[in-house]
Write a protein that binds this ligand. Sequence first.
Ligand SMILES: C[S@@+](CC[C@H](N)C(=O)[O-])C[C@H]1O[C@@H](n2cnc3c(N)ncnc32)[C@H](O)[C@@H]1O
Length: 590
Amino acid sequence: MSSFSNLRAKKDKKSYVNVPTVPRDQSSTSNSSPKAPLIDDVQDENALRELRIRDGLYSTLPEWLEIRVSAEEGRGLWAKQVLKAAAVLHAQHKKTKLVFAGARNECQMADWSIHKFECAALQRWFQAAQGVQLPPSDAVRCIARLLWNREKKGRDSIWAKEVDSMQSHHIVVTKGEQMDTKLIEDQAQLAHSLVQYLGVAAPQELAEQFGINSAGELVDVISKFTTNTFTLSDPSLTPIGACVSPAAALLNHSCNPNVVVVFPGADSSSKKGQPLLEVVALRDISPGEQLLTAYVDTTLPATLRQKALKETYSFTCHCNLCDRKQDVDPRESLWCPKKCGGTCSLPDIESEGTDLATLCTACKSPVPVSNLEEVLDAVRIGSEGLEKAEKLQYSEPDKAKRLTTNLIPLLTSAGLSHTTHPLLALTRLHQALLIDELSGAVMPSSQTGEEEAVVSPGVQLTEKDRQEHLDECIRAGSKIVTGLSALLAPGHPMIGIATAELGKLLAVDEIAVVDPQTNGGIIFPPTGPARLKLAYDMLMRARASLRIGFGARNEGGRVGRQVREDLVRLEKEIEVWTSGVKNVLADRSR
Ligand SMILES: C[S@@+](CC[C@H](N)C(=O)[O-])C[C@H]1O[C@@H](n2cnc3c(N)ncnc32)[C@H](O)[C@@H]1O
């Protein structure tokens, strides 16, 4: 019988050193197609035993993908044939994976046979704390579900073996290598809470009930979870929980990915029989190229991406975006102070006291150091404010909006380009807060994580205010779409969703005519038919983008299908306008 103790024994002979090495300069972390050995070519016995690809494991993978292994990245998925952009490369249905919908979408996809364990565990958790304790974290609840599921399916089942063979970083520590201290602390804290939640009083019970024979094995389970879990998001990319899919967890990371993992079937309104998880190609992929997805938000600058990757996944990324020295990374740039239209690199925020010199890439003018110091101060304030506003977003949306409202002009006047962090992130948050305010949204309380009707306490909006809010939302949306389009691969789901959002906002009926804001003589957003035309163009763009990011075969997912309906409606509205104008012109010429 396979158990975590067997797994440890296998893992202790971890094969990173034994597996034929891919030299660093050919490393598969770039999107080119370096040669990692095929599993079938791996001669080393330990490597083969460790990898356990055979014996029916990963049988859900389609024939156009193969598993290869490299010394640097472990296992990965590689294309065996040309894979076209927008193609769904791998799909998994609800039955074959573990999902956990967190507080915002309670148990929608829960496996009800597991639910009874969960109810008992929750009762125990609150009783033990005599009501003064916060609920267990989503991670604790999800790992517990993973363990109950493993017992239900059997420790010898294919699913359990696939879960057991997922990568764990606890092993790296046992090999005496460095592991991030924050990661170790987080894992110890999780282990403590998990034991409490599972209600096991002694190590003996953990061994009997779950086949976990030591504290090390428990940390191993936790590490597998943190290293291999996907954030489950609804079809408009709102995070709603966690998802474990051993086959999709074979995907390695690049900050310049060629595939995305999406969840078109993650809510009750999804089409019947739709897969829960899909891996979609963002662009054409050649045979022999590795499929790479992004584990972190790639609109962030390299230092923040690397920090997040190190903390959660224990590796340093060497993808072409991280290693290539770009003249100017649009994630960290400011407009040329001479206003020539070019941009300059933002010096590293940590580089205090060192050389801050930077030149405009277009006119080559130097940026005065005093300017740069001011800019770096603004970035520091902006980053702190963003963190604060994100925390307050649901509990005190008014405070959060005050922060974004004050910080955006500060960063803009400091000269930051709109693609730069944290300006783009603040703009996205600002737009989300405005939309919530406009729609009188229901917001989850930060204390309990439960959904609670927190009606936005702001004053009742007059029609004029509403129109101004709407236009502000549109202006933010336009900056977001341009920003994301400059940073992410065309067709990335985030671009599709942001463009659809903008199109829909533009298509909202204008309530009252207010003085339109001009920007160098250009009125934005426009009014009347020009606005409808822009809405139509945006929705067309959104549709094209969503059909890539969420796959063409399901029409770009739920949002893609909604956009198609919006387009039909808008076409009619535009026709009414056009024929109305024609009638007026005809009347005049009579
Ligand atoms: C979700 S797993 C991916 C599959 C994994 N390689 C395996 O063998 O099971 C994530 C882990 O893969 C490794 N990994 C993924 N992308 C990598 C990259 N670009 N460079 C180095 N290691 C990477 C890291 O160890 C990371 O924690």
